[in-house]
Write a protein that binds this ligand. Structure first.
Ligand code: P6P
Length: 282
């Protein structure tokens, strides 16, 4: 008899591990004297959450590769799907006690690969309560995570009426045409930017709008990582009825040459995504 579906097992495991991660955060707010592969300062929580999730997810039958934002290289864990995970996205919010999350993409391919190989994506959001969104075929499903169990809150559909926006990076580092685009957005929507992609994307999924981290004058590739952050979030938002872009194409089309490759990242209502692509000269 075939075992449980590995994709389902990944999300069950994330839910089951969520209370343990949440409970382990208070004692792990210290900054380590080290950085991850892409130069983010690592907290004790980052390393601990990564080790915990590697152990739990890497032993699932049908998972072959475990790649983490916190690790230099891909771990070979057997045969099957390839997981790309940011164990604690937005962990710098731990110091200020603001929301953060875990984001995972499940790829039917070997790293480095592209968003076209995604077969599922999801995130856990550690906010006032613990919630989860899972996208596989069709419309994403939302959950409240209680005692490690997922309680469905129904389909996650992007509201047709946009309300909020949030863009990362310092304004002096935005290029002129993007700054002009944001002036228009600013006059139409409300600012919601909290420094953790998962929490900011959750705002967009709940209220409609656009979230992004642009390429900057001093960093044209932007900050967010394609395989760990941008492609999984684009998969979720596009399945929820929205759109994504790196400035010119869906994030699911962006070719990855390296596992820690960064990309300019925008997700949200199609009207704001297409307006961005038309207005901004990167
Ligand atoms: P900034 C967190 O470190 C992260 O990768 C994303 O979760 C978040 O959207 C972004 O960086 C925040 O970057 O420059 O605003 O601190």
């Amino acid at each position: 008899m075939s075992g449980p579906n590995p994709i389902e097992a990944v999300f069950e495991t994330l839910a089951a591990t969520a209370p343990e991660i949440r409970a382990g955060l208070p004692g792990r707010r210290t900054a380590l004297d080290q950085e991850n592969v892409t130069g983010d300062q690592q907290l004790a929580a980052d390393v601990w959450a990564d080790e915990l999730l590697a152990e739990r997810l890497g032993t699932i039958d049908g998972i072959g590769e475990y790649a983490s934002e916190e690790r230099q290289s891909v771990e070979d864990v057997g045969n099957g799907y390839a997981i790309a995970i940011d164990p604690l996205d937005g962990s710098s919010n731990l110091k200020s006690n603001n929301p953060m999350g875990t984001v995972v993409g499940i790829y039917d391919g070997s790293f480095p690969t592209t968003g076209q190989d995604l077969v599922a994506a999801g995130f856990v959001l550690y906010g006032p309560i613990t919630t989860m969104v899972v996208a596989r075929e069709g419309i994403p499903e939302g959950y409240v995570v209680a005692n490690g169990d997922r309680q469905s809150t129904g389909p996650v559909k992007l509201p047709t009426e946009p309300t909020v926006y949030g863009f990362g990076g310092r304004e002096p580092n935005w290029n002129h045409s993007f700054a002009e685009y944001v002036e228009g957005v600013r006059s139409e929507l409300k600012l919601r930017y909290g420094g953790a992609m998962i929490a900011d994307v959750s705002q967009v999924l709940s209220y409609g709008g656009i979230f992004g981290y642009p390429g900057l004058r001093n960093r044209p590739e932007g900050k967010l990582r394609l395989l760990f952050e941008a492609a999984p979030i684009a998969y979720i938002v596009e399945h929820a009825g929205g759109a994504s872009t790196d400035g010119s194409q869906s994030l699911l089309e962006v070719p990855a040459e390296a596992i820690h490759q960064r990309t300019p990242t925008f997700v949200g209502n199609e009207s704001y995504i297409s307006r961005l692509e038309a207005a901004v000269d990167w």
